[in-house]
Design a protein around this ligand. Structure first.
Ligand code: ACO
Length: 451
């Protein structure tokens, strides 16, 4: 297939990029009474990292950095994020511009192949994404095995890994002749699987994809159409979904993306690596937060708490309550995506004629938090999840599907990182070290000698 850039091109780009990242300086460390020199690598936006890959060989020491608070695990050319300045760019293009002008599938191409598609590439990309959206009929029967109450993220992750059983030639992650078609299949089919998981949960018949609709309109059609009547996707809903998916499309080395990379570093196939990423995203501290935000808002309303009362509860550490949708490991300033989503939330609700008291409550909570010393001192701002659930709710997406929507959006980012890693000849299997703190050597005791 000549559709998309070949691996050779990617490798050439990678090698020239490596030359650009010339070692500009070094640092010295003292261990015992010896001094060692460690190289410093500088990125294209001036970020600097000490290269400690030889540290253990030189000194016998490893670095200890739980939760990778201070560790760059890779050099990556996909997404740039400056958490202090609130900047997010995909392949150099500001998120605000992409949100304003791009489509989700164009942004997906940008992330995965490194450039905006030409009109020829865009046409082929769109054509292939629509032509590969059906899933094998046998896969439909898998859905029958789940209880109606199954969380759609459980279905999504297992269906994605099941895809590898239908495309055995995709199992060889290094075989680049099948890479593009595997990527296309995955993006096209994830929307179908996601919509089918929702249909399963409400006991409705599956609605097959339609090739005359664009990606977002087709997804809404598969979610909300029923055989009994004609369905026309609402243009406001299509636009809002397009924006939300673009905003979620990548966020460099977050928990789920790092998971995809570490699983993929074992040369695990794309479907299985992405399935692992979906599982990581499910957690309430990561992508699961969008569901938690709406549940939190509902709970506050049910208990008739004021925004101030809830904020006071959050500040009391003994309560174990967090303000979901607030705070971020990297952003210590406004999350640029949250700014865009907040505005979109106002626009979508207005255009759809919806008055949602949840939005008012969310705004009250935001105002109360942003003027409170607890949040100011800890630099806690609304993140991407704070307002996204309110938009999804307006589109008719049920709360349990919110994290699935996040997965749909994040898929191109995961794929881009998996591809960057698998095509980098210097990739090694990911395998951190540890500092062992358990018992020193002791011996097996027979049962009658154990205390
Ligand atoms: N509500 C109340 N307090 C918070 C919150 C919050 N949402 N977030 C952080 N804090 C407090 C912590 O209690 C801690 O206080 P302390 O210094 O007195 O102990 C301090 O702020 C630092 O928080 P950490 O948990 O150490 O920060 P970390 O970077 O590890 O966590 C995280 C980031 C997980 C996002 C956290 O802010 C959080 O739990 N937020 C709520 C969940 C959420 O919205 N997740 C979505 C993140 S975006 C995404 O993944 C798409």
């Amino acid at each position: 297939m000549t559709l998309l850039p070949h691996r050779a091109k990617s490798v050439a780009r990678w090698n020239s990029r490596k030359k650009e990242l010339a070692v500009a300086e070094s640092v010295r460390i003292t261990a015992g009474n010896q001094e060692f020199e460690l190289a410093v690598t500088t990125g294209s936006e001036g970020e600097r990292g000490i290269d400690i890959s030889n540290l253990r060989a030189k000194t016998g020491l490893v670095t200890l950095d739980p939760a990778f608070m201070n560790t760059a695990s890779v050099e990556s050319a996909i997404t740039f994020l400056d958490g202090e300045k609130g900047i997010l760019r995909y392949r150099g293009i500001p998120i605000e511009e992409l949100g304003q002008s791009s489509t989700f599938i164009e942004t997906a191409f940008l992330l995965i192949y490194g450039h905006l598609p030409t009109s020829d590439e865009a046409q082929k990309w769109e054509h292939l994404l629509t032509r590969h959206s059906m899933i094998h009929e046998d896969m439909k029967r898998f859905f029958d095995g789940y209880p109606m109450t199954a969380h759609p993220m459980a279905i999504l992750s297992s269906m994605v890994t099941s895809l590898s059983s239908f495309y055995p030639y995709a199992l060889n992650a290094k075989a680049d002749e099948f890479r593009d078609i595997t990527i296309i299949r995955l993006i096209a089919k994830l929307a179908t699987i996601a919509a089918f998981s929702y249909k399963k949960s409400i006991g409705h018949p599956f609605v097959y994809p339609r090739n005359d609709l664009n990606y977002c309109a087709n997804f809404l059609h598969m979610m909300f159409a029923v055989p009994a009547e004609e369905y026309r996707p609402n243009a406001v809903a299509v636009k809002a979904l397009n924006l939300l998916l673009i905003l979620h499309a990548d966020h460099e080395q977050n928990c789920s993306t790092s998971t995809v990379r570490i699983v993929g570093s074992a040369q695990t196939n794309l479907f299985a690596s992405i399935s692992a990423g979906i599982c990581a995203l499910w957690g309430p501290l990561h992508g699961g937060a969008n569901q938690e935000v709406v549940e939190m808002l509902e709970d506050i309303r049910k208990k008739k708490l004021s925004a101030r009362e809830f904020i006071n509860q959050v500040k009391d550490k003994k309560s174990g309550t967090r303000l979901m949708g607030f705070g971020h490991r990297v952003y210590k300033n406004f999350d640029p995506r949250a700014k865009i989503i907040k505005k979109a939330c106002d626009d979508v609700l207005l255009q759809m004629g919806i008055r949602d008291p949840m939005l008012d409550l969310a705004k009250e909570l935001e105002e109360a938090a942003l003027s409170d010393p607890y949040f100011i001192e800890r630099k806690l701002y609304p993140n991407v999840d704070f307002y996204s659930g309110i938009i999804y709710k307006a589109l008719g997406v049920p709360t349990a599907m919110f994290t699935v929507m996040f997965a749909l959006g994040r898929l191109p980012g995961w794929i881009a990182h998996w591809k960057e890693m698998i095509e980098d000849p210097s990739t090694k299997i990911g395998r951190p070290r540890q500092i062992y703190t358990g018992p020193r050597e002791n011996h097996y005791l027979p049962m009658d000698k154990r205390g």
